[in-house]
Design a binder for this molecule. Structure first.
Ligand code: LLP
Length: 385
């Protein structure tokens, strides 16, 4: 049975808080679950979206499991290669790739550039010519498919800055086919993040089927399809569902997306790979009695985990060191911003100064989004093994 394992009292006493704690056994179970599903399908290639968490230990566990890497910056390409991801499994996306980042990708001969505009394609062709190389490119197409998720993390709608419109798709592919230093590798999509309704992926599959029919009718063959990432995790009951439903996810695409003969289907999963294996550990600095509320003031704040402040995201909070009778608290951080609140009206076992708290489901977009605002130190990290 898959479970989240909390740090022991002894482990807690050695930690410098605030910090991240990674359950490496759960990460391994998650990677095993992915492998078990993917093995059933002949042409499925899974890349890990490095943006979710680039902690070196986490990255090497993932590269060790044989996944590729989806990178969005030169820094991520470097981190992925250092962690052992083979360059021929690295894809590089992003609307604003700088010249040095494109050159870095070319130097390493990465698998593919996911291109988001014609000006970018022209620069890649030119830099590849200068380097005497061929750049493999896929086009990110904006499929105009909405996802049932937070507005800040939906990306597939027509008005987003991402991708090339479906209308321009054919022209852009033809342009690439005429260029001397790029090879057309396929189409790339991504409709958003934290998606739990498989119907959203069904809608994307149908749209891709339509586009493929349209391209085939004009004689264009697409060697690869990349459907991006987006599979969500259970932020409400992480202990009950620590491993996402990869079975349903991969089966949805296998069922609805019509792959052509020999065509590969690529995935870029971030949150679903690492989300549940990480927690933010923090200590209670002060208990403060307000007029109508009790505040538990933590040593962790929005600089350590920004998701609640930025997306009103819920991270389950556990008091690891109390079995006192429960009470209701607003759990807040020490930062000078009124949005520095992890959650209001949380029922927790009686809180005292010095208690250790865990904020769960913080393995994805947690440590990596930490900042030094207020001149705070970045949170450190500890591992279960
Ligand atoms: N591929 C592309 C092109 C992406 O833009 C993203 C995420 C992924 C893959 C990975 O998506 P995932 O499997 O993790 O959903 N900071 C936000 C999430 C931003 C996601 C950005 N793109 C959060 O904390 O919820």
């Amino acid at each position: 049975m898959d479970t989240i394992t909390f740090p022991t009292t002894e482990q807690l006493s050695k930690m410098q808080t605030p910090c991240y704690y990674y359950d490496m056994a759960l990460l391994q179970q998650t990677l095993d679950a992915i492998r078990q599903e993917v093995e059933q399908y002949e042409h499925f290639d899974v890349h890990y979206a490095v943006k979710a968490n680039a902690n070196p230990r986490v990255l090497s566990a993932i590269s060790g499991a044989g996944l590729g890497a989806d990178c969005v910056s030169g820094g991520e390409i470097k981190a992925a290669i250092e962690a052992g991801f083979p360059a021929d499994k690295v894809v590089f996306a992003g609307v604003g790739k700088a010249d040095w980042e494109i050159r870095l990708g070319l130097e390493h001969d990465i698998y593919c550039f996911n291109v988001e505009s014609v000006p970018e394609l022209e620069v890649i062709n030119q830099l590849a010519a200068e380097a005497g190389k061929m750049a493999r490119v896929a086009f990110r197409i904006n499929p105009d498919v909405g996802a049932h998720t937070h507005a800040n993390i939906t990306t597939g709608l027509a008005e987003n800055k991402f991708g090339i419109s479906m209308r321009d798709m054919e022209t852009v592919i033809r342009l690439a086919q005429q260029m001397e230093h790029v090879t057309f590798m396929g189409l790339h999509f991504h409709i958003g993040s934290q998606i739990l309704e498989m119907d959203d992926f069904v809608a994307l599959s149908h749209r891709i089927n339509e586009l493929q029919d349209r391209l085939e009718a004009v004689g264009i063959t697409v060697p690869n399809i990349n459907v991006g990432g987006g599979l969500g995790i259970d932020y409400q009951c992480p202990e009950l569902f620590p491993v996402p439903n990869f079975k349903a996810y991969f089966a949805t695409y296998a069922h609805h997306l019509k792959l052509r003969k020999g065509q590969h289907l690529h995935f870029e999963l971030g949150r679903s790979v690492v989300g549940q294996c990480g927690m933010l550990i923090s200590r209670v600095l002060y208990m403060k009695q307000g007029t109508n509320k009790q505040f538990a003031i933590l040593d962790a704040g929005m600089t350590d985990l920004i998701r609640p402040a930025l997306y009103q995201a819920h991270h389950a909070i556990r008091n690891l060191t109390s079995d006192e009778p429960a009470s209701t608290y607003d759990v807040v951080g020490p930062i000078c911003e009124s949005s520095d609140v992890f959650e209001k009206d949380v029922v927790l076992p009686g809180v005292r100064r010095g208690d250790y708290f865990a904020l769960l489901s913080a393995g994805a977009y947690g440590e990596i989004m930490a900042s030094r605002y207020n001149c705070r130190a970045l949170p450190g990290s500890y591992y279960s093994e």
